[in-house]
Design a protein around this ligand. Structure first.
Ligand SMILES: O=C(O)CCC(=O)C(=O)O
Length: 216
């Protein structure tokens, strides 16, 4: 793994800098007002709640500055390549609290609503349209029958796609600026998801993924 120690300022547009007075502190709606469920089939669903996290641009700047970002290496076609995105990680096993207070509120609210012990938070930073994540399903499917994965997207919207495992037509949601997207039911068994490369991204996107790994 190669660790990135300093991120070019270009990843933090000036509008993402912290407010001196804290009036824009990020917050979430613990009541999930307006959440809508899409059934992908009888067993799998997606919940979507646009702008669930308010003040998300401020959080974007805080997380870019505060997290220890890394660019992991993966073996592809017998070659060691750098993943096309930066990642960071937090778990309840870390000695510190969540990297921002609103993430603790979000984790509590999600745990209460979905009745799952969300105990880890993964972060992906898509610096520009060349960064992506390929079609895959999350590994929690090996540990839990029906894992729930909740994703909050900050920054510039990017398409989040879902298709049946192995191929077929994709459904797409454009997510950014605090939108919440939750995958549940048999999503990690029967479906796969991706954030594809795009020719033009208006700016960077940061995704926050709440998962329940360690306990159930
Ligand atoms: O960034 C996203 O919205 C999804 C990322 C993802 O699926 C992953 O890192 O496993």
């Amino acid at each position: 793994m190669s660790t990135v120690t300093a991120l070019p300022a270009a990843y933090v547009p000036s509008s993402y800098q912290a407010s001196l007075f804290g009036i824009d502190d990020p917050w979430i709606d613990a009541g999930f007002t307006g959440v809508e469920r899409t059934m992908l089939d009888a067993d799998s669903w997606i919940d979507l709640l646009p702008r669930w996290m308010q003040g998300s641009d401020l959080l974007f700047g805080e997380l870019v500055a505060r997290l220890r970002w890394a660019q992991r290496e993966v073996v592809m076609y017998d070659q060691l390549m750098l993943e096309p995105r930066l990642t960071a990680w937090w778990t309840t096993g870390s000695r510190s609290a969540e990297p921002a207070a609103v993430l603790a509120d979000a984790r509590d609210a999600l745990t209460h609503r979905y009745d799952k012990p969300f105990d880890s938070i993964g972060f992906n930073l898509y610096r520009d349209g060349r960064d992506s994540v390929a079609w895959h399903a999350d590994r929690e499917r090996f540990e839990h029958e029906d894992p729930v994965v909740a994703i909050v997207s900050l920054g510039s919207p990017r398409p989040f796609q879902i298709r049946r495992t192995g191929g077929g037509p994709a459904q797409s949601w454009l997510v950014g600026h605090g939108d919440l997207l939750v995958m549940g039911g048999a999503c990690q068994h029967d479906w796969e998801h991706a954030v594809p490369k795009v020719a033009h991204a208006h700016g960077p996107r940061l995704s926050i993924m709440f998962r329940h790994h360690l306990a159930e």
